[in-house]
Design a protein around this ligand. Structure first.
Ligand code: ADP
Length: 587
């Protein structure tokens, strides 16, 4: 669950990053690369470019004489009878009246004429051709390319104020069409155009003739052709744009390329956003799942995510390269790191288990050595020497009690080990805690006597509990002996018990070395000893309290600790009471 939450976070992050400008720049660069990798071939284009190029301008009076040059040119072009003549010039300003009249006359005689119009620089309106020119045109088409360093797509319709114009190249398909529009797609004279914004499919070149050549010798027949007339000289930098193919192209050629794209009707389309999102989600899940299984499988998913845009491109689908890659990389990395950390944790856990086992063995041997040494020594005494009967009896009793203690210790240790592994049910019985506490206090008294310590007992809890007597005794005995162990000679240990809010509280308070606040949460962790305890020279293993905690928890209770360094500590066993004795007697 936590793994998949991390993966989900990585997914969200990847999606957010994919929306940034650098990501878009990478998507665009990949798109351009794919355009070069999968070139468009056009064996029989309909478009023909008549280029008002450097030679034409040089030989025919330059830009100043453009309108008369254009007038002559149109006459020659019209004579070749092309289907459409699209003129990519903005002719919005008044020129020399005679020249303008000459051009207007030539235009009126040109069949299928379309004139270009551009948005005013401030976007406030259209720079339409002069009315006398427009009169001869079948349609006006916009020649506006959005300011983008690279011309990848064209907005087919552009509006300024109330007037909307269609792209020159679209008008060239069927001039003056009123399209049927539905949502995003529309129908242009029987052709389905999927979007108002189309990506231009650039081919390396389109047939181009110099205007100068046309003026020199009239062309034979351009029947059926769509002629694009425009300027191409390198000096007209404003009218040249970078294309995905990595070459600059004059505006007129870009229009002709767009025309061919529209004519062929093969559009490179971006996958709809919802599908991109879905695809990214699938990649994320695949990457996260794969990397969890094998790192190599994760790498394979990443490779696939990188390859997808290149596989989809020839099928005319444009995929966001960055988004797909990010949705594979980030979740895979997250999954990889997670898997690595999880393995580390497992190893650490195994190490800790091993060391815990070793320490437990150490504890058992350490704790058992004392009674064993006593038994061994006493039995040796008995066999070596001829002791009087009274002494023999005394030693036999001692051996008996020490071996019982040993057996008790082993059984307690084993039952707690099994208890913590969840293997044994508690041997629960209904008991009066008062009796149990008094019995434990009596057993611990000799322990306290060795340090001339007092034990003050105040325990009259009016409740009964359901508990495993042996284990609970062990727990309380541990707390009392700890209180004595970590207190100075002559100190007092208080044992208090009472019922608080339906629970039995048994509190052991001492006047000992205390526990620092930062260690409070750690006491009770197996083998943990405070620095103060270690430095005090008092022997210990750090296992007793963990067993106490285990026992109390198994009874559905908890162990509470409060302490003040140098003042003393207070350990409280809290276990649920089964019934108060008052209630019981009332019954
Ligand atoms: P041990 O006493 O064998 O080290 P325990 O599990 O009983 O192990 O206790 C764990 C640690 O908790 C002790 O090492 C000691 O640092 C701290 N501790 C337990 N009881 C007390 C106490 N009454 N006063 C101060 N520190 C205590």
């Amino acid at each position: 669950m936590r793994y998949w939450l991390c993966v989900a976070a990585a997914f969200v992050f990847a999606v957010v990053v994919s929306w940034t400008n650098p990501a878009t720049a990478i998507d665009n660069a990949t798109y351009d690369w794919m355009c070069r990798l999968f070139p468009v071939s056009r064996p029989a284009p309909q478009a023909l470019i008549v280029a008002v190029d450097e030679t034409t301008l040089k030989r025919r009076g330059g830009m100043r004489a453009l309108r008369s040059t254009l007038a002559e040119l149109l006459k020659k072009v019209a004579a070749a009878k092309p289907a459409v003549v699209a003129v990519d010039f903005t002719l919005a300003d008044r020129g020399d009246p005679a020249e303008d009249a000459q051009l207007a006359a030539a235009m009126a005689k040109t069949e299928g004429l379309i004139l270009g119009t551009d948005l005013a620089d401030d976007g406030s309106g259209w720079q339409d051709p002069l009315p006398q020119f427009a009169a001869g045109a079948k349609a006006l088409g916009h020649v506006h390319a959005d300011p983008d360093p690279v011309s990848r797509w064209i907005q087919l319709d552009k509006a300024a104020g109330q007037v909307r114009r269609w792209a020159l190249a679209l008008e060239a398909l069927a001039p003056g069409t009123v399209p049927l529009e539905t949502n995003e797609s529309f129908n242009w004279a029987g052709r389905h155009i999927p979007s108002h914004q189309v990506r231009i499919a650039y081919s390396a070149s389109l047939p181009t003739v110099s205007a100068d050549a046309v003026l020199e010798s009239a062309p034979q027949s351009w029947e059926g052709r769509v002629v694009f007339v425009g300027t191409t000289p390198l000096t007209a930098a404003k009218d040249r744009l970078m294309t995905p193919l990595g070459v600059m192209m004059p505006g007129v050629e870009i229009n002709a390329q767009l025309f061919e794209t529209l004519r062929e009707g093969r559009f490179k389309q971006d996958l709809p956003l919802s599908l991109v999102f879905g695809l990214c989600a699938v990649i994320t899940i695949a990457a996260a799942w794969a990397v969890r299984w094998r790192y190599a499988a994760g790498a394979a998913v990443i490779l696939t995510a990188h390859a997808l845009p290149f596989l989809a491109f020839p099928k005319d689908i444009v995929l966001p390269a960055f988004g797909l890659a990010a949705c594979a990389w980030l979740p895979a990395l997250t999954g990889g790191v997670y898997r690595y950390l999880a393995t580390r944790k497992q190893l650490d856990h195994a190490e800790a288990e091993k060391s815990r086992y070793q320490k437990a063995i150490h504890w058992v041997t350490h704790e058992m050595r004392t009674p064993l040494t006593a038994i061994q020594g006493s039995s040796e005494l008995m066999t070596r020497y001829n002791l009087p009967a009274g002494k023999q009896r005394e030693i036999a009793d001692m051996i008996n009690s020490e071996s019982k203690r040993l057996a008790q210790m082993i059984s307690t240790f084993l039952s707690v080990e099994r208890l913590s592994a969840g293997q044994v049910p508690l041997k629960k019985e209904r008991l009066q805690p008062g009796n149990l506490i008094a019995a434990v206090s009596e057993r611990a008294r000799p322990f306290l006597d060795r340090k001339q310590q007092q034990l003050v007992l105040e325990a009259a809890p009016e409740v009964e509990i359901e508990a495993d007597r042996e284990l609970l005794e062990f727990a309380l005995y541990n707390l009392v002996t700890n209180a004595s162990k970590y207190s100075p000679e002559g100190a007092t240990v208080y044992v208090w018990a009472g019922s608080v809010g339906g629970n039995l509280h048994v509190q052991v308070t001492d006047q000992g070395i205390g526990i620092e606040p930062k260690d409070l949460a750690k006491v009770g962790t197996r083998f943990f000893r405070t620095r103060r305890a270690e430095e005090s020279g008092i022997e210990g293993t750090g296992i007793g309290l963990s067993i106490v905690q285990e026992i109390v928890r198994a009874h559905g209770g908890r162990l509470e600790v409060t302490s003040q360094v140098g003042q003393g500590s207070c350990f409280t066993i809290v276990v649920p009471a089964s019934m108060s004795t008052e209630v019981k007697s009332a019954l």
